[in-house]
Design a protein around this ligand. Structure first.
Ligand code: GDP
Ligand code: MG
Length: 176
């Protein structure tokens, strides 16, 4: 079994804990308590290599987004193999915050194989009302391409795209 460390970064209330909760427990809370410091969880994915099933275990650090915890972040991302940098597609400044995390990761993490996945969460909110969207998918996708990041829009609420994030990261890390 392979093990990888993964960290979640992003502004508070973009849905980091909800994404982890969806992936690890396949559930969603409308009234989730905000994370204090950081939380640790783990979950596996199975990837296929020819006919063989390979189990990849993620050790996940879900950090708190608040400014007062910012100095703790390096402790969690320093030894990570992968980072999920999350924004909320209904909050414009959350993309800017995500971009500043990407910048920090690129400057501070030595591992050139660090996999960074930019995640636009809460896509469910735009299904009934497209006006709720304030971050264009194309803008975020272009930024991701230019910076060598994986990218998708997801919903922790409905589960759309969540499993795929971890599957893709597992496959990427397995190939490295
Ligand atoms: P964190 O601070 O980044 O960990 O964010 P949380 O996971 O605590 O979520 C903040 C709020 O956004 C909570 O009220 C969640 O229920 C809500 N939320 C999280 N993900 C989604 C989503 O995909 N869709 C919707 N509609 N709400 C979400
Ligand atoms: Mg949280």
């Amino acid at each position: 079994m392979l093990q990888f460390k993964l960290v979640l970064l992003g502004d508070s209330s973009v849905g980091k804990s909800s994404i982890v909760n969806r992936f690890v427990k396949d559930s969603f809370d409308e009234f989730r308590e905000s994370t204090i410091g950081a939380a640790f969880l783990s979950q596996t994915v199975t990837i296929k290599d020819d006919d063989q099933d390979v189990t990849v275990k993620f050790e996940i650090w879900d950090t708190a987004g608040q400014e007062r915890y910012k100095s703790l972040a390096p402790m969690y991302y320093r030894n990570s193999n992968a980072a999920l940098v999350v924004y909320d597609i209904t909050q414009a400044d959350s993309l800017e915050k995500a971009q500043s995390w990407v910048h920090e990761l690129k400057n501070k993490v030595d591992d050139n194989n660090l996999v960074i996945y930019l995640v636009g969460n809460k896509v469910d909110l735009t299904k009934d009302d497209e006006e709720k969207r304030v971050v264009d998918r194309d803008v975020a996708e272009k930024y991701a391409q230019e910076n060598g990041l994986l990218f998708n829009e997801v919903s922790a609420k409905t589960g759309e795209g969540i499993q795929q994030i971890f599957q893709t990261i597992g496959e990427n890390l397995y190939e490295v």
